[in-house]
Design a protein around this ligand. Structure first.
Ligand code: G3P
Ligand code: CA
Length: 283
């Protein structure tokens, strides 16, 4: 009798588990189409600066996309590359600068149309201080071996600024994305409330078909994938949706491509020009 009761209990626990899996909904809203300002409105202002985020907010982007690294003294700063050489006049790695040393550099080195203003490398805290809940954040963890412990530092800061969870407008305040499965898995281990998007890299000129095994791996932590828009069509997007992954199109820089992505069911676009659907270029 005891064995039968234990058996029934185990079966009901198993069925409850299955039920939860089936009922679990994607933490990212499926019917939304977001404009994600890539490194801010980086076609119009130096990438990853307060100025490029300011413009993105003015242009009513849904999200700003930003790349983060750790300084020598453990501050989270925003810069695409792990070294300072492309975007500032300095040399060497971010990891070898303290925050105050980094603040001496200008962050607009590569930007041609700049004005007299000197742009500085922002910290993530400064961005949260300035924009708060007015805009939302796609934060990229780079695949760099110089940022050890950045996942913990990021989650601490997100908690401190109350940036995890749903904002008043129903969108997640923060989404974390990365090419690095390891970093996304680490974030997932630390906090399951942050929606995660896996950036998919490609080498050939066609959609890098994901094996069922790869899709299943992403589904263990991720809510979506992001990939260059040229590899996306209705069929690929439908397949990914059926698997339970939302699909974001990267590197969309003109209105025609943006509208096409929307029409074939993508869930959003990453663009350097967050005003591209406003200026009627596709009409
Ligand atoms: O385009 C998506 C993106 O954020 C990943 O690429 O090099 O711009 O950080 P990257
Ligand atoms: Ca990025």
């Amino acid at each position: 009798m005891r064995k039968i009761i234990i058996g029934i209990l185990m079966l009901s626990l198993f069925l409850t588990g299955c039920g939860n899996t089936e009922m679990a909904s994607n933490p990212l809203p499926e019917d939304a189409f977001w404009t994600i300002a890539h490194r801010g409105a980086s076609a119009y202002a130096p990438e990853n600066t307060l100025a490029s985020y300011d413009l993105a907010e003015e242009m009513e982007a849904d999200y700003i996309e930003l790349d983060i690294h750790l300084t020598k003294d453990g501050e989270i700063v925003i810069m695409h590359d792990e070294d300072v050489e492309r975007t500032t006049e300095g040399t060497g790695y971010i990891a070898d600068y303290t925050l105050s040393e980094l603040k001496e550099l200008s962050a607009d080195f590569q930007f041609e149309d700049k004005e007299e203003t000197i742009y500085r490398v922002p910290t993530l805290a400064e961005v949260f201080d300035q924009f708060g809940d007015e805009i939302h954040y796609f934060i990229e963890l780079k695949d760099s071996d110089k940022d050890e412990g950045i996942e913990e530092a990021l989650i601490d800061l997100l908690e401190q600024y109350d940036m995890i969870g749903t904002a008043k407008d129903g969108k997640p305040r923060t989404v974390v994305h990365s090419f690095s499965e390891k970093r996304l898995q680490r974030v997932h281990e630390l906090n399951q409330k942050i929606p995660l998007v896996k950036l998919i890299s490609f080498k050939d000129e066609k959609f890098p078909e994901l094996t069922q095994h790869e899709v299943d791996d992403i589904l263990k932590y991720g809510a979506g994938i992001a990939i260059n828009y040229e590899f996306l069509d209705r069929t690929v997007i439908k397949q990914m949706h059926e698997e339970g992954l939302l699909v974001y199109a990267t590197a969309v820089q003109d209105a025609e491509a943006a509208l096409h992505m929307k029409e074939i069911g993508a869930n959003g676009i990453y663009t350097n020009r967050p005003d591209l659907l406003e200026n009627g270029e596709a009409e």
